[in-house]
Write a protein that binds this ligand. Sequence first.
Ligand code: SF4
Length: 510
Amino acid sequence: MAHTPTHIDFRANVQHVPPQMPPSVQKATAKFLGNRAGLVDLYGPDNWEVLREAGHEIRLHAIHHLDHYLTQLEEQVTQAGGHVHWARDATAARSIVLQIAREHNVKRVVKAKSMASEEINLNHALEEAGIQTLETDLGEYIVQLAGEMPSHIIVPAVHLTKEGIADLFHDKLGGDAPAEPTALTAIARARLREEFLAADMGLSGANFMVAETGTIVLVTNEGNGRMCTTLPPVHVAIAGIDKVVPDMPSLSVLLKLLARSATGQKISTYTSFIHGPRQSTEENGPQEFHLILLDNGRTRILKDEVARETMLCIRCGACLNVCPVYNHVGGHAYGWVYSGPIGSILSPQLLGTAVAADLPFASSLCGACGDVCPVKIPLPKILLHLRQRVVEGDQVEAATASPVIQAGVSAGTLALGTPWLYQLGTLLLPLVQKPLQRGAWLPNLPPPINRWTMVRPFPAFGADFRAWWNKRTGKPLTPKWLRNAALIAITIEVGLAIAWLLTRKRGDKK
Ligand code: SF4
């Protein structure tokens, strides 16, 4: 389960890597790398380099002209009957999804794999709104059952053994679950089939968005992506603004690079092209299609001339497969949804270097990630650049701090710096918290300040320190005459402030 972290302690996380994790991870990554190497040989190493160079140029061109291509994409999607929404951050993206769900009285959601939805912690928001949300990619389904985060960009459950998955299925779903991949897949498949038919909304990400045609492209190896995007009456796709590409010829280059680099396939089993909602001449497809374009810190990344090439990433996972650090610690040590070398450069930029300061240092700088990257992102160079930013203490603000949280922090700062306001708060807070209080604790705070109480209760506000001290010692910390003088001063201060406000109002009217 993905929560937006407020601090990632990579060094502490690596102390908790389960012993079975590295062998499971290494077995899978070795297989992907072996398949990839075979296909690169077949393609011809020189031709492969030409293809990588073309991929690099296409992605660089797209992110340098994001304004143009995103506007074109919006026009095309709208023309095809879809709705385009712009989400500045995670809070805005979640609100848009919830609003669409409310408008359609959605009770059940099926989800295809989407890193953007993990990034914005969407499942939790939906569940909190009483909407049953089910991951349908097999790996995502497994980690959802386990209550964990994905540990690899394309193979979310790579850290688990088949025996572990069999035990999980037995515990969570009941019945026999033999530790055999085909049998386990059949169990999941039987469960999921009914859910596709019953869902009111399908959610997906987008591997690419083609500006020229307004096409959303999904690359999967299971049929679940198609089911999620065609069976429910409403389809919502969430994608980072960086996923836009100019046209179909550009897409064809990137598709070749993606499948070969990710799993060592010439092409993925399913490549779906989604072009708005169902048209009057079509039998299948959703009646409504929504595309949410997520920023969440991406435009800020683009401002950094060195680090902006992070935005070229096509999420193939090859840098994870080749990384000696990732292969020894697995994905969870990186503390968030993005792991491996791409996580080490993307997370600090999306969350803020203060939150993920450890990650640029989670690398041996061997350079293998840069060599394998299909779009030639200079990962080692960006890692070094971010290390420098961390050491110099860059003050980049986390993109995930919502306006409400920011307003709360400002109000807290003001109250702590203004004695009369603080005193007023200590009088009012015990009254305000009463409906939520259970004994000495606040077990459930309302959204959006509920992130703490999702995990543990919050202590109820008690008496203020002076009152507590007075009661305990019987000797007032502040002499009575001083308290009375302070109260008189506060009353005069409040009175003067009200008088000033009233005078100003009258002056405005004149
Ligand atoms: S950084 Fe390169 S290798 Fe790593 S996931 Fe992104 S595209 Fe793939």
